[in-house]
Design a protein around this ligand. Structure first.
Ligand code: NAP
Length: 239
């Protein structure tokens, strides 16, 4: 029997580990053809090999630095050639550098803006005309509770995720009548290697698979309905 995403094509940026990896694996298990990327060809190839083995799904990977529009363009061209008919874009790749404003370098600021904001824009620009060809599409942006709750040491990351939320809402308003749905998910602490030094592995955190579950829930909703914003948080963070 067909799975509910059989015949669907999805791109997940930063699918080599963490939340993106869990989303890519889940999409594969639901029958989608999935393209992932990351900056290193070696890491991407390893992730593709492992996901093929664990899910038996159709997954393709390409080294692409999302902060470079020409890399993004090549990635989407490859997806056209491999799979055609893009239907789902998960803008997941993101970076957190946590410093007080006075201690943050200009380069660190730009790294976060280039990936967390501009990279999402480049991917959406590639995806939207392809959705036109497919007749519909779904963009899910992985934001953060840091997109609504500022904290000390978070100025750069907060700015990028507050910005991503605004971008996501305007994008939704721009394209809802083109059969394009846009959602953004704002998780609290998720158990990944993100923002190294900010916190080690901990059982109280959200599991990456839980974010993937929310993505699947959004995709399962009928085309007439859109959950545009999701907040999710660990039930019992340390007091
Ligand atoms: N973990 C959390 O607590 C948490 C909470 C809320 C929101 N988020 C958000 O969730 C998303 C994923 O976070 P995560 O925790 O899964 O992070 P992660 O474990 O550090 O994984 C990041 C992924 O993005 C890729 N990546 C990084 N820079 C890239 C670039 N320039 N171009 C292409 N790919 C790139 C990485 O691959 P390479 O290194 O191989 O390039 C990797 O696959 C981010 O947007 C983050 O802001 C995370």
């Amino acid at each position: 029997m067909d799975k509910f995403l059989t015949g669907k094509v999805a791109v997940v940026t930063g699918g080599t580990r963490g939340i993106g990896r869990a989303i890519a694996e889940r999409l594969l298990r639901e029958g989608a053809s999935v393209a992932i990327c990351g900056r290193s060809g070696e890491t991407v190839a390893r992730a593709v090999k492992e996901m093929t083995a664990t899910t038996g799904g159709t997954v393709f990977g390409q080294a692409a630095d999302i902060t470079h529009p020409e890399d993004v363009h090549r990635l989407f061209q490859s997806v056209d050639e491999r799979f055609g008919n893009l239907g789902v874009l998960i803008n997941n790749a993101g970076l957190g550098i946590f410093r007080r404003v006075a201690d943050m370098s200009i380069g660190e600021w730009h790294q976060m803006m280039d990936l967390n904001l501009s990279g999402v824009f480049y991917c959406c620009r590639e995806a939207l005309p392809r959705f036109n060809n497919s007749g519909e599409g779904y963009i899910i942006n992985i934001s953060s509770l840091a997109g609504k709750n500022a904290f000390s040491g978070g100025a750069g990351y907060n700015a990028s995720k507050f910005g991503l939320n605004g971008f996501s809402e305007a994008l939704m308003l721009d394209h809802r009548y083109d059969n394009v749905r846009v959602s953004y998910i704002m998780p609290g602490s998720v158990d990944t290697e993100f923002g190294s030094g900010r916190g080690a592995h901990a059982d109280w955190k959200i599991a990456p698979e839980d974010v993937a579950e929310v993505v699947i829930g959004l995709l399962r909703l009928p085309q007439r309905t859109l959950v545009s914003r999701v907040e999710m948080r660990p039930l019992k963070p340390p007091k």
